[in-house]
Design a protein around this ligand. Structure first.
Ligand code: F3S
Length: 244
């Protein structure tokens, strides 16, 4: 391929009544990523294009977009890996579209903050630090790598129909604190996620797991939380209507 064509979702609320697609064709360079293509368009073809990016190395999560039918990070997706002459780029779903490929993340972070993603409850607060053994720390490895790119949230149909559903990213975080030896409000956390907008709303669609650019397993985290909540309910310790 010597050239590549991008078809990009465009929308400027100040002048467009509805979104539309705009096509751009430009020379393809070796190992060019989808993000580099967007920067090429911005610099040489159209200065009005809006999109988010920051680290360009799959760490910050800013450039998650819908690219040729799947949510991916634009910075670590090589154009040739898509095996197509056309790259179709759209913004994340379920969040208000502010302009072109930029969405408003407020709802996503509100759902995250609702589950209190920080250490809670251990008293007395130590003078210097909470101690944790390497074995206890190891339990957190899989869940601390989430970069909050929102691909899982955008791909989940339950999140799309209920903006109060905590979302796969939140459940991954809850499991991280349930598994953390320094946190001591496990029962309250389980009680919250076993509620109306919690894990039992998950339809086990697995889109969240499929799109995660860090190969994390939010669906597996949800299954573990369902199991933990159900066991506590059977023991009579959980007040909610949790069922499997
Ligand atoms: Fe949504 Fe993932 Fe459950 S896509 S329905 S949170 S398995």
């Amino acid at each position: 391929l010597k050239e590549i064509t991008y078809k990009i979702h465009r929308f400027n609320p100040e002048k467009d009544s509805k979104p539309y697609f705009q096509a751009y064709t430009f020379p393809l360079k070796p190992a060019m990523t989808v993000l580099e293509g967007l920067y090429y368009i911005l610099e040489y073809l159209d200065h009005t294009l809006s999109f988010r990016s920051s680290c360009r190395m799959a760490v910050c999560g800013s450039c998650a977009m819908h690219i040729n039918g799947k949510y991916r990070l634009a910075c670590n997706t090589q154009i040739t890996s898509l095996k197509s002459k056309m790259v179709v780029v759209q913004p994340l779903l379920h969040l208000p579209n502010l302009k072109d490929l930029v969405v408003d993340h407020t709802g996503f972070f509100e759902n995250l903050i609702a589950i209190k993603p920080w250490l809670l409850g251990q008293e007395p607060v130590p003078e210097r630090e909470y101690l944790q053994s390497p074995k206890e720390r190891k339990k957190l490895d899989v869940v601390t790598e989430c970069i909050m790119c929102q691909a899982c949230y955008a791909s989940c149909p339950v999140a799309g129909t209920d903006n109060k559903y905590f979302g796969p990213h939140s459940f991954l975080k809850v499991l991280r604190f349930v598994n953390d030896s320094r946190d001591s409000v496990t029962m309250e956390r389980l009680q919250q996620v076993a509620g109306e907008t919690g894990v039992f709303r998950c339809h086990t669609i697995f889109n969240c797991q499929d799109v995660c650019p860090k190969h994390l397993d939010p669906a597996g985290a949800i299954a573990q939380l369902k199991m933990a909540a159900t066991l506590e309910k059977l023991k009579g310790k959980l007040k909610t209507q949790a069922s499997v």
